[in-house]
Design a protein around this ligand. Structure first.
Ligand code: PEP
Ligand code: MN
Length: 587
C-alpha cells in the first residue's frame, strides 16, 4: 500500500494530482490530507507517507515560494512535476442561486486567478481559506444558500454541491505546477526509490547573489553558453534584510548531465547561497484536466494529520529551536540510530556495583531489547554518606560490559576534569538533573562532539532545559538528547512528577531527540510500565530505565529498579504502542 500526503481535504487540487499520479502508476494507494504544506514535508520525512505533493507555481499568481523553500529545508527528493488545469467552478448547495451569493470561500491562489469573475459579483465578500477542498466542504456543511466556494468539479461531486458558475478563472487555460516529493530515506527496493523514466528532466534551484552589477547576467551566461534552457527565474523577496538578491530558477536538464553539472558548479561558486532542490521528470504535454479523474483512490480514514510545526523564532536558543532543523536531528551512536530509527531503550543499573552485576545486567537487557547500556559510576547523591559510585573502576567495568554485549554505554559526568577521559571509554556523557545548569560543565561537553544525554533539572522549566542544551550546541556539539526525568511538584505520592506534557512541547520547540526516564520520575517499580507506554505514545524517541539483577540489594535507587523479568515484560508490552517519534514528526 502506497500512501500519498497532500495539503488540504478531499477535493483539493493537490489531492487530485497525487491521486492521479498514484493511479497512473498502478499502485494500490491511499491519500492523507494534512493541514499545512510543512506537514506534507514532516509526514513524508517521517516515512508516514511514501510520497507527498506540493504546489510550486501558479500560472497567474506565480511561485509558491513557501513550497520551494520547504523542499530544501526538509531535504526532500523531487521526483515528478505535474501541471494541472485549475478550472474553478463556483459551487453552492442545492437551492442556491448565483444572484443570492453573499460570501465566497476560496484559496488565496484561486482568488488571484479569478479576479475578474469575483469583481463581477460586487455583493459577495471573498473569504480566504486553506484549500479548495475545505472551501467546498464548509459550504456543504454550512447549508447556507448565500455562501459559495470556488473549487473543482471533483469537489462538487465529493460534497454534493451544485455548480453556480463554470470556468471562473480569468484565463480559461490557467494551471498550477505541482512537485511530487519523497524522503531521501525510503527503502532502496521501494518502487518510488527508482528514478522516474520520463523523456525530459528539469532541475530547480534557489541561489542568492551579491548586490553588484552584472552578477545575475554572469550566471545566466553560464547557462546560455552551454545551451541550457532556463525557463523560470523569479526573485525571492529580501524582506528588508541583507543586501543579497535571491532567485528561484528552473532549467531544462538533469544534474547528471555534464553540461548542467558544470553550469551549476559555476553558479554555486558565484553565489553567496546555493540550494539545489534536485532534478525530476518534467511534465510533458498539456496540463491534466480534472474531468480526466475517474474515481479517487481511497482516503485514509484513521490516519490523523500531524500537528503543524510551530516555528518559534527563539533568538536566545537559535541552535536548538525547531526552526533550525525542521526535519529533526538524527545521529548515530555506535550503530544505534537516534531520531529516526526505532524506539531506543537504554537500560541498566542506577550504579555499577561489580563486574558480575553489570555483566549480568548487560546480557539480560541486551537479549530483551535494550539498545544501550546505562550505569552510573560517579553518583550525585543527596547524602555524602550514601554510596558514591565506583568511580573510574565502575567506568572500566561499564565499558567492558558494553564491549561484551555490543551495547553503546551511557554514564554520568559530574566534573569538567572527568570529561576528556570519559569520552575515551563511554559512548554517551550523561549530564544529571542536578548539573543541568552547571554551565561550565555544559560547555566542556559541548567542546567534545561526543553524544550527550542532558537531563532536565529537578525544578527546571522547559525553557531552562532548552537554554542548557543551547550551551552544548553553541560550543559546536550537535549530538544532544534531552531527557525528561520528572520534576519536583507538591505531589509526594510519587518520587517526582513525570511531566508528560513536556514531550509534545519539546518536540514542537526543538529538533533534539527527547527521552523519558520513568524510573527517576515515579520512583516506584510497579508504576514504571504504564509510564513507559505513555512516553512512547506521546512521542518520546526512547527511554532510560533502571534495571538490577536483585533490586532488594541495589546500592542505589532500589525502590525503582526493575527485575530482569519486569524489564522483559515492559519491552514486550511496548511493541503494541505505535511509533510516533520519528524525525520531523512533532507528535
Ligand atoms: C541517574 O540517571 O542515575 C540519575 C542520577 O538521574 P537524575 O540526574 O535524573 O537524578
Ligand atoms: Mn538512579
Amino acid at each position: 500500500m502506497v500512501i500519498g500526503a497532500y495539503q488540504g481535504v478531499a477535493g483539493a487540487y493537490s489531492q487530485l494530482v497525487i491521486d492521479h499520479f498514484l493511479r497512473e502508476r498502478g499502485f494500490e494507494a491511499t491519500t492523507i490530507g494534512v493541514p499545512r504544506y510543512a506537514n506534507v514535508a514532516t509526514t513524508v520525512s517521517a516515512l508516514r507517507a511514501d510520497i507527498g505533493v506540493l504546489p510550486i507555481e501558479n500560472a497567474i499568481a506565480g511561485t509558491v515560494r513557501e513550497c520551494y523553500d520547504i523542499v530544501v529545508a526538509f531535504g526532500l527528493v523531487p521526483i515528478r512535476e505535474v501541471l494541472w488545469h485549475t478550472d474553478h467552478r463556483l459551487l453552492g448547495i442545492r437551492g442556491s442561486e448565483l444572484r443570492d451569493v453573499r460570501e465566497i470561500l476560496a484559496h488565496p491562489l484561486v482568488i488571484a486567478e479569478c479576479g475578474q469573475f469575483l469583481a463581477s459579483l460586487p455583493n459577495a465578500r471573498v473569504i480566504p481559506c486553506e484549500d479548495t477542498g475545505v472551501a467546498a466542504r464548509e459550504v456543504a456543511r454550512g447549508g447556507n444558500p448565500t455562501v459559495a466556494a470556488l473549487a473543482s468539479s471533483a469537489a462538487a461531486d465529493i460534497y454534493g454541491l451544485k455548480e453556480l458558475a463554470a470556468h471562473c478563472a480569468d484565463d480559461p487555460e490557467t494551471f498550477s505546477r505541482f512537485l511530487l516529493v519523497r524522503s531521501p530515506n525510503i527503502a532502496s527496493d521501494h518502487p518510488l526509490a527508482q528514478p522516474e523514466r520520463g523523456t525530459r528532466k528539469k532541475t530547480s534551484l534557489i541561489f542568492s547573489l551579491a548586490d553588484a552589477p552584472g552578477k545575475l547576467a554572469t550566471c545566466l551566461t553560464e547557462f546560455a553558453r552551454r545551451d541550457i534552457n532556463v525557463h523560470k527565474l523569479e526573485s525571492k523577496p529580501r524582506l528588508g534584510h541583507g543586501s543579497d538578491h535571491g532567485f528561484y530558477l528552473d532549467l531544462d536538464g538533469d544534474v547528471g548531465d555534464p553540461q548542467v553539472e558544470s553550469a551549476l558548479a559555476a553558479i554555486s561558486s558565484e553565489a553567496n547561497a546555493f540550494s539545489l532542490l534536485g532534478s525530476y521528470d518534467a511534465h510533458v504535454g498539456a496540463p491534466h484536466r480534472t474531468n480526466e479523474v475517474v474515481s479517487p483512490v481511497a482516503q485514509a480514514q484513521e490516519v490523523r494529520a500531524p500537528q503543524s510545526i510551530a516555528v518559534y523564532e527563539n533568538s536566545h536558543i537559535p541552535r536548538v529551536t525547531r526552526a533550525a532543523r525542521p526535519q529533526g536531528s538524527t545521529f548515530d551512536i555506535g550503530g544505534v540510530r537516534i531520531g529516526d530509527g526505532e524506539f531506543v531503550i537504554i537500560a541498566g543499573p542506577c550504579s555499577v556495583e561489580s563486574r558480575e552485576q553489570i555483566m549480568e545486567t548487560a546480557r539480560s537487557v541486551q537479549s530483551n531489547g535494550a539498545l544501550m547500556l546505562r550505569g552510573g559510576a560517579f553518583k550525585p547523591r543527596t547524602s555524602p554518606y550514601a554510596f558514591q559510585g565506583l568511580g573510574w573502576e565502575g567506568i572500566g567495568l561499564l565499558a567492558e560490559a558494553g564491549r561484551a554485549t555490543g551495547l553503546p554505554t551511557v554514564s554520568e559526568v559530574m566534573t569538567i576534569d572527568q570529561v576528556e577521559r570519559l569520552t575515551g571509554q563511554i559512548d554517551v556523557l550523561q549530564i544529571g538533573a542536578r548539573n543541568m545548569q552547571n554551565f561550565d560543565l555544559l560547555k566542556a561537553v559541548g567542546r567534545t562532539g561526543h553524544p550527550v544525554l542532558l537531563k532536565r533539572g529537578l525544578s527546571a522549566t522547559i525553557d531552562e532545559l532548552l537554554a542548557a542544551a543551547e550551551y552544548i550546541l553553541s560550543e559546536g556539539n550537535p549530538n544532544v538528547m534531552l531527557c525528561e526525568r520528572g520534576i519536583r511538584t507538591f505531589e509526594n505520592a510519587t518520587r517526582n512528577t513525570l511531566d508528560l506534557s513536556a514531550i509534545p512541547v519539546l518536540r514542537e520547540r526543538t529538533h533534539l531527540p527527547v527521552f523519558v526516564d520513568p524510573s527517576h520520575a515515579v520512583g516506584v517499580r510497579r508504576w514504571i510500565r504504564p509510564l513507559c507506554r505513555a512516553a512512547k505514545a506521546v512521542g518520546a524517541h526512547g527511554l532510560l530505565i533502571e534495571v538490577h539483577p536483585n533490586p532488594a540489594e541495589a546500592k542505589c535507587d532500589k525502590e525503582q529498579a526493575l527485575t530482569f523479568g519486569d524489564f522483559a515484560d515492559i519491552v514486550d508490552d511496548l511493541a503494541s504502542i505505535p511509533l510516533s517519534h520519528r524525525a520531523g514528526m512533532t507528535v
